[in-house]
Design a protein around this ligand. Structure first.
Ligand code: TYM
Length: 438
């Protein structure tokens, strides 16, 4: 099959009827195709910034899998690898902020030691993939408390009606897509914790806190980016209508062509970290033989005849063809790949897919093991540096948000300035004296 370095046309993905695009979701062919300077923005956007902010997070619930990698992480790295424009004095066109959504991951009940380990493992995985803390700011969400503060403020414009229609909480508690708050049974209500229901509000805070322009994610997250846009509009019109300029810009989701990689054992479901069957996913740190074993075991079908691409009737085979296409960044459509390999057996296809994945992930496991073995210093340094950059941006936004909403800002009165270092008694005394003198 043909392999090219460019991104591919998404035609084969469009063949899947269940894969819908939202009107505000953009599938760019290549990071280079991004209209950085002229990124389509809403009319509400007011601040003319020379740099585009690109932000995305991952839940630290274990080692990332091939779906995370093809749907998001490889994209993050490509943004990082983009060469700075010479016309801009070698200054990068965009600011990169990538985070570990550990507050989101609190939904998953786990032992505190395991949670800490998962955070470290996920951070090490990002480094092992080549994300470089000097180029990409990689922070941990819980270390920037402004996320939770902004979430609370945004909760005041978040409609429970909209949240009730979102799919994630329904998936997580195992009720159908047509479930609603009204028709939930008692057991499901008990399972549905407030943090799961309001999860998209925290995600919106993650994005708006940094005034992100572009959010590279897999398809499952595009609904959350759409919700974020709705919250940004609601905040602007509720609190900033009288201001010259709105506070929040409207972010756009960027979907990579591999926007929904499917589970190897149940190809009608997406590949996920939480599935109990580990053979359904390839981890980015899997050894070559483990990758070969999992792909060999992948569920396909017993259709006789040539290899064909048809996600509806041959989901397992079609998933493998898609993985092959995306791993190799082939410019061919999935139909063309199937046609080109029409006489290949399913065993032959599996062997081809496995070898391409092994090639793509070459070196990740070694770098990951080395990072995990060397102790905490490098990871802690990278986290600290990421937090520093993220906190500075987050602090600026929150000052503006507090002022816009009418919450008290830093104390500025003369008396308080006089009182620096004074005890409460001395301060009270000073205030009385000031009052008597006026
Ligand atoms: P998470 O941790 O589930 O996944 C991380 C990224 O991987 C993508 N992804 C996939 N892409 C293709 N095929 C798959 N099978 C697949 N599985 C996962 C996800 O779309 C995501 O881009 N809520 C988010 C984390 C988050 C976030 C944010 C993302 C929190 N705040 C702000 C962007 C912006 C999540 O649970 O991702």
């Amino acid at each position: 099959m043909r392999v090219a370095s460019g991104w591919v046309c998404p035609s084969c993905s469009l063949a899947r009827s269940r894969r819908s695009f939202s009107s505000t979701t953009t599938t760019f062919k290549s990071p280079r195709d991004l209209p950085y300077e002229g990124t389509k923005r809403s009319n509400l956007t007011h601040d003319i910034r020379s740099r585009t902010t690109i932000l995305s997070l991952i839940q630290p619930t274990g080692i990332p899998h091939l779906g995370n990698y093809l749907g998001a992480l490889r994209r993050w790295k490509e943004f990082q690898d983009e060469k700075p424009s010479p016309a801009k004095n070698r200054r990068r066109n965009h600011m990169l902020l990538f985070g570990l959504a550990d507050l989101h991951a609190l939904n998953l009940k786990q032992d505190r030691e395991l949670r800490r380990l998962n955070i470290r493992q996920t951070y090490a995985s990002l480094l092992a993939l080549g994300l470089d803390p000097r180029e990409s700011n990689m922070f941990v969400q819980s270390q920037v408390p402004e996320h939770a503060e902004l979430m609370w403020i945004l909760s005041n414009v978040a409609s429970t009606g909209y949240l009730g229609r979102m799919t994630q909480w329904k998936d997580k508690i195992g009720v159908g897509a047509d479930a609603s708050m009204e028709n939930l049974d008692e057991k499901s209500r008990e399972k549905l914790k407030l943090s799961l229901f309001s999860y998209p509000v925290l995600q919106a805070a993650d994005i708006l806190l940094y005034k992100a322009d572009l959010v590279p994610v897999g398809e499952d997250q595009s609904q959350h980016v759409e919700f974020t846009r709705q919250l940004a509009r609601a905040f602007n019109s509720t609190y900033a209508r009288d201001l010259k300029a709105p506070v929040f810009t409207l972010p756009e989701a960027i979907l990579s062509p591999a926007k929904r990689v499917m589970n190897l054992q149940q190809p009608e479901k997406k590949m996920s970290k939480s599935d109990p069957d580990v053979d359904g996913r390839i981890l980015i740190t899997d050894e070559p033989d483990e990758i070969r074993r999992k792909i060999k075991k992948a569920k396909t079908d017993s259709v006789v005849g040539p290899l064909t691409y048809d996600p509806e009737t041959r989901p397992g085979v079609s998933n493998l063809i898609e993985i092959l296409k995306h791993v190799t960044k082939s410019p061919q459509t999935c139909q063309e790949i199937a046609e080109e390999n029409r006489n290949t057996t399913l065993g032959g296809l599996k062997a081809l897919v496995a070898e391409e994945i092994v090639k793509e992930l070459d070196g990740v496991k070694e770098r990951y093991d080395a990072l995990m073995a060397e102790g905490d210093q490098r990871i802690e340094f990278a986290m600290w540096y990421g937090r520093k950059v993220a906190s500075s941006k987050a602090g600026n936004t929150m000052r503006q948000v507090r002022e816009t909403v009418g919450l008290p800002g830093p104390e500025t009165s003369k008396a308080l300035k006089l009182a620096v270092g004074a005890s409460p008694d001395e301060l009270w005394e000073k205030l009385n004296t000031t009052k008597a003198n006026t």
